[in-house]
Design a protein around this ligand. Structure first.
Ligand code: FES
Length: 176
């Protein structure tokens, strides 16, 4: 006899999002609650898109690649900095709290200017390893790199400048 497939009930997600509009001096930061049905393999990017498309088109958040490459979607997810496009809702409880990354200039809601945090770092620190040349001559030939040097900077070059490490740094937050 054929087995009847077990269909798991879909979860209802309760997403609490910090809303703030620094452009409007009258606006008071607040938490706003949204509800939506979880879909298979749903990421937080998909959840936020759905909320914006079906419930509140004014919700601000940043995404470009949706693949953990561009670093745009860093935010505080249930108290920890993480990339929303790489976070599956099934790995979270049904109650999800989202806030913008601290230590950066707030643009609105979950959107921050991560460039502002890097400029403020001492000694011109940049998260990406780069050549010392002031100006880049795009017509010049690329300089070959010794394998030993390539090995040394490999981890630094993998940085996608999402700002999650800065947001998690107590010193950066005190200086911000
Ligand atoms: S959207 Fe590019 S890293 Fe998440």
């Amino acid at each position: 006899m054929d087995r009847i497939p077990v269909v798991e009930a879909r979860r209802t997600l309760h997403v609490h999002i910090m809303r703030a509009n620094p452009q409007d001096p009258e606006s008071i930061p607040r938490m706003q609650r949204f509800e939506l049905e979880e879909a298979d393999s749903m990421t937080l990017f998909i959840a936020l898109q759905e909320i914006r498309q079906t419930q509140d088109p004014s919700l601000q958040f940043d995404f470009v690649c949706r693949a953990g490459i561009c670093g745009s979607c860093g935010m505080i997810i249930n108290g920890r900095p993480a990339l929303a496009c790489r976070t599956l809702t099934r790995d979270l409880p049904t109650s999800i709290t989202l806030a913008p990354l601290p230590a950066f200039e707030l643009i609105g809601d979950l959107s921050v200017n991560t460039g502002s945090g890097c400029e403020a770092c001492p000694n011109g620190w940049r998260p990406r390893a780069s050549a010392e040349a002031e100006q880049v001559d795009i017509d010049s030939l690329e300089q070959p790199m010794e394998p030993e040097l390539a090995d040394k900077i490999y981890e630094l070059e993998r940085c996608i400048e999402c700002g999650c490490c800065v947001a998690n740094c107590g010193t950066a937050r005190m200086q911000g």
